[in-house]
Design a protein around this ligand. Structure first.
Ligand code: CTP
Length: 397
């Protein structure tokens, strides 16, 4: 997601994980955000303000009474300017101060003054984290509306193995993106399917296709960031699970059929981006099939058509299908839209450069029952996902 026009304020406190925030600041800048950084005095023992000044192009604030600044009352100006604040790593000390309204340095005064969404990522030694005092303070922050990003387990800098590690950059970035995204899908239950299916021939072989799941995962991620309650039902893929979404892995078309139909009554929007197999072997050999001389053929039978089955039964659900073609794309896709009683179909031609399986871009056309045919320019799959959700929202009214 583009962060152009958004101001992200990073509050960095005195833990060894402070050095990791250079990567987060850099990634945010690359995504177009205006990044401001406030460090506590202790944080500057671990990484210098110059690192963040170079990365962000702004003065990195440390002292409340620094006279070398451009604002009138800096902590108030930054509190007003920020669209989101992330305090990471957050030490037990700063968590305690924020939980009790103590404002004795630049960071804590700014946090207290700010009205924007506030994210806190605790990172410390396991004993300090699990201390009931810290746990109480974390709960207090949550009660006051802070979002606390759970710390991870692993080898800590103090050589202990346990909970207290700062999550990876991508996790922190996902929380920032969610905090900044419009919540126009809040209250909606969105089911997305993605990836290929695998139809077993025997214990070692299967029939499948080249889908990587990227398009469906992008839709699930965008919907989750925009506040929907998302279930991602996916065939075997190499992609990391989508944060903030329920993950339902399946293998075969039949398993996907059961997963989708079982949730259909509780779904408001279904986006079927999966490349579901249309055929499966008539029977699955229980042992590995040995090769012989000459040709071999495998009898195939049709799988259940998931959209074809639920389309005619829909009540309140909005159904968005996908259609991948190599020729006559619009005509074939319009026919699928009609036959499966869909509200929208997203068509793409595998032969178009930049479209289809595996790539990070897509060139799609939206077809709707009113005869609408709208081709979008070549865009990232992330941007296509946003456009699909915009279209669905507009059509649902
Ligand atoms: N689909 C489905 N169940 C299947 C197969 C496909 O729900 N068993 C869904 C896909 O997820 C996609 C849409 O139906 O959203 C595609 O329609 P379909 O007619 O199956 O497309 P193709 O399989 O591409 O059609 P054909 O093989 O006839 O070209």
């Amino acid at each position: 997601m583009e962060l152009k026009g958004k101001c992200v304020l990073l509050g960095i406190t005195g833990g060894i994980a402070a050095y990791k925030m250079a990567g987060v600041a850099s990634a945010l800048k690359k995504q177009g955000a205006d990044v401001e950084v406030i460090m506590t005095r202790n944080a500057t023992q671990f990484i210098t303000p110059i690192t963040f000044e170079t990365l962000t192009g702004h003065k990195c604030m440390v002292d409340t009474f620094d006279r070398d600044f451009k604002f009138e009352v800096t902590h108030i100006e930054l509190a007003k300017k920020a669209d989101v604040i992330l305090v990471a790593p957050a030490t037990a000390n700063v968590i305690a101060k924020m939980a009790h309204g103590i404002a004795d340095d630049m960071l804590t005064t700014t946090v207290l003054a700010a009205g924007c969404p506030k994210l806190v990522a605790p990172a410390m030694n396991t004993g300090m984290l699990e201390n009931p005092i810290t746990q109480d303070n974390i709960r207090t922050l949550e009660r006051y509306g802070f979002t606390v990003i759970p710390s991870e387990s692993g080898l800590l800098a103090c050589h202990d193995v346990g909970k207290g590690r700062l999550p990876a950059d991508e996790v922190l970035l996902d929380y920032i993106h969610r905090a900044l995204a419009p919540k126009d899908l809040a209250g909606l239950r969105v089911t997305v399917t993605a990836g290929p299916t695998q139809e077993a021939i025997d214990p070692v072989r299967c029939l499948t296709n080249h889908s990587t799941g990227k398009m469906g995962y992008a839709v699930a991620r965008a919907a989750a960031l925009r506040g929907a309650q998302v279930t991602l039902i996916h065939g075997p893929t190499a992609l990391a699970p989508v944060r903030f979404a329920e993950d339902v892995p399946v293998v075969s078309a039949q398993e996907m059929y059961q997963a989708v139909t079982g949730r259909f009554a509780d779904t408001d929007i279904l986006v079927m981006a999966a490349a579901v197999a249309d055929y499966r072997p008539a029977s699955v050999a229980s042992d590995k099939v040995k090769k012989g001389e000459g040709e071999m053929s495998i009898p195939l039978v049709r799988t259940a058509d998931i959209l074809g089955t639920i389309g005619p039964q829909k009540t309140h659900q909005f159904l968005c299908g996908f259609s991948m073609e190599t020729r006559d794309m619009v005509a074939h896709s319009a026919e699928k839209l009609r036959k499966k009683n869909l509200d929208m179909i997203v068509a793409n031609n595998l032969k178009d450069p930049g479209a289809g399986f595996g790539v990070d871009t897509n060139l799609v056309t939206f077809l709707t029952p009113d005869g609408g045919v709208r081709q979008l320019p070549l865009m990232s799959k992330e941007a296509v996902a946003g456009a699909i959700l915009d279209e669905i929202l507009a059509r649902r009214g």
